[in-house]
Design a protein around this ligand. Structure first.
Ligand code: NAD
Ligand code: SER
Length: 322
């Protein structure tokens, strides 16, 4: 067992990684959080960074040993839309990367692992509304297939080898720090950037596509709360359903238009519409609520206000008030 509290975040430069590293550094101190990614950051100023390919098991082992890592958050992946453009690459990164990390946990190189799954494990035959934790899963994307297989591996490593792995099926995540990396829910971030920059938005999903979504602050809090939860209360070692907000492109547009009267949207669905149509509209997260007291705090209105405020600062634009 490791007495150090150093934490390694793999895939730290991505949409979630940027927010997670900031939150962990705030909580534990910048020096304790080792950010890593396959690419180099634009700014290395805030704390330790190591360039690391999760597919290279030796490199990974070396980083975990030399930084005396006790916990790993493994975020590196290819997301749903990008995965459809290169299924083999998505399978390799999403699967082999996870197995490399699990194998190092299995031999006791570190104590605790967080790995995210996704609503993409569900498919066209899963119930669409309040999709239950144990609904049938028939994913149609390589991303969803890799996440479902990953969940099974996590539970297997926990049961067979005692690996303390914890996981959440994130909904589509919306934050202002990082841009999304090639998913089907990316529109719900892009739309805010367009509005604040004074541009109309052309949406790649149709106006009525309800999907489960969540503001990044809730998602980061859920992640840290799950990692700090009493292991004896955790009944799920595959991945927990997590619910936040469900809305359609039309509804997010309307919430932005309350602040930007002149903002307009058009709809030109592309191949991502088929992916969205195969996913749930909303999620039943009663296991997360029962096992580790999960409770989301953001609705669409509050999220829109925060997104617009932060992006206003970023782009130095004045958001009109009502
Ligand atoms: P992202 O695409 O924004 O970031 C992934 C990061 O991983 C990138 O910075 C990339 O450079 C890095 N990476 C890619 N290949 C790597 C490799 N071989 N070695 C090391 N780093 C590598 O993704 P994200 O949105 O931050 O998602 C993080 C995790 O959360 C993923 O597992 C994703 O499936 C999951 N997830 C995300 C969402 C969402 O809405 N963002 C929803 C559900 C699940
Ligand atoms: N937001 C992710 C995607 O769209 C869901 O896992 O790919």
């Amino acid at each position: 067992m490791h007495s150090s509290k150093n934490i390694l975040v793999i895939g730290a430069l991505g949409q979630i990684g940027q927010d997670l590293v900031a939150a962990l550094r705030e909580k534990h101190g910048a020096d304790k959080i080792i950010a890593s990614d396959i690419r180099l950051p634009e700014d290395t100023g805030n704390g330790p960074f190591v360039k690391l390919d999760v597919l290279d098991s030796n490199q990974l082992r070396e980083a975990i040993q030399s930084y005396e890592i006790a916990e790993v958050y493994h975020l590196a992946a290819i997301l749903s839309a990008k995965g459809e453009q290169n299924p083999q690459l998505a399978w390799d990164i999403n699967m082999k990367g996870l197995l490399n990390v699990l194998d190092l946990a299995k031999v006791g190189l570190f104590n605790k692992l967080f790995w995210p799954s996704s609503i993409a494990v569900f498919g066209p035959n899963s119930p669409k509304d309040q999709t239950p934790q144990y609904a049938g899963t028939d994913p149609t994307t390589i991303y969803g297939i890799s996440k479902l297989a990953g969940e099974r591996w996590c539970e297997y490593y926990h049961q067979k080898y005692g690996v303390d792995v914890r996981s959440i099926r994130y909904p589509g995540l919306i934050g202002y720090k990082g841009m999304p990396g090639g998913g089907t829910t990316d529109y719900a971030v892009d739309i805010y950037h367009s509005a604040v920059q004074g541009m109309d938005y052309s949406c790649f999903l149709n106006e009525a596509s309800y999907l489960p979504m969540m503001y990044m602050e809730d998602a980061i809090r859920a992640t840290i709360e799950l990692m700090e939860a009493d292991p004896n209360r955790l009944s799920i070692r595959s991945s927990y359903n997590l619910g936040g907000i469900s809305f359609s492109p039309r509804e997010i547009f309307q919430s932005i238009k309350e602040h930007f009267e002149g903002f307009e949207i058009s709809f030109s669905p592309d191949f991502r519409q088929g992916i969205a149509d195969s996913w749930p509209r909303s999620i039943d997260d009663s296991y997360a609520r029962k096992d580790w007291d999960w409770n989301p705090t953001y609705d669409l209105k509050k999220m829109t206000e925060e997104m617009l405020n932060h992006l206003q600062e970023k782009y130095k634009v004045k958001v009109p008030s009502n």
